[in-house]
Ligand binder design. Sequence first.
Ligand code: NCD
Length: 308
Amino acid sequence: MSPRLRHLTTLEHLPRETIERLLDRAMAMRDACAHGTRKIDLLTGRTVLNLFFEPSTRTRTSFELAARRLGADVVNFDIGFSSANKGEELYDTLHTLEAMHLDAIIVRHKASGTPDELVRHAMSGVSVINAGDGNRAHPTQGLLDALTIRQHRPDFENLAVTICGDVKHSRVARSDVHALSALGVRDIRLCGPASLMPDAGEFAQCRFVEDFSQAIEGADAVIMLRLQKERMAQTELPDEAAYFRQYGLDSARLARARKGCLVMHPGPINRGIEIASEVADGAQSRILEQVGNGVFVRMAVLGELLAR
Ligand code: NCD
């Protein structure tokens, strides 16, 4: 059996077995909650800190719900748009908070690599969970996306998955690729304007297709991404109307995918920019299922890291 995780900063290089164990645990959490249980006494007496240096709706709330459902105490520490540079200030914050005897720190930060720095500096016994760092990783999103796909299409080896939009700045795309390739998906297509594509070397296991109509042809799942303007240089900003014409998902484009193709988006969605309302709210949309799965996946991760 693959060893139990102490921290979760990325899915990169995690063995398939570990990812499957987390998804199985998430299903078990879902089943427990489906039978009316709102409290599972797995983490009673444990304290979890939400340390968010970037805004968040879904991720922060679902981590909080997940921790509470497992009986843990939760402290929220929102720093919003603080432009404080990392370095000393971050570690001061860390040690101040640690002095309050925490068991886990859930961190979101605009600088890639912050969670790993916290792992290096955190007191022993404190687990670090990455809730999104720069464009690098968003492991619980990768897990919840894999879980959402698995619930409908468990035959990962035969799937074609299209990830479309601002891949270059997307930590979600990176964690999705890590999760899906570990689980056996061989046909992953990355699509978007050339200026918003990452270096091919980083995604050697994926196919780059610039034309969206081609990229979505026969796809079993399509994951749409937001234009992450906060991480773009001025020159990278596309014209939104032109962007929607080329890379927006509407029903005509969706018709090119395989029948029943799963429509996914990590949120927040921008209607009329990367996705049309008819599709976001349509029968094939799995967007709210993703949100629901986010709670179960985060319960699974907290349980893996913190249960005694
Ligand atoms: C994503 C993020 O913050 O990386 N959102 C999320 O966690 N659900 C994607 C995004 O912001 O576009």
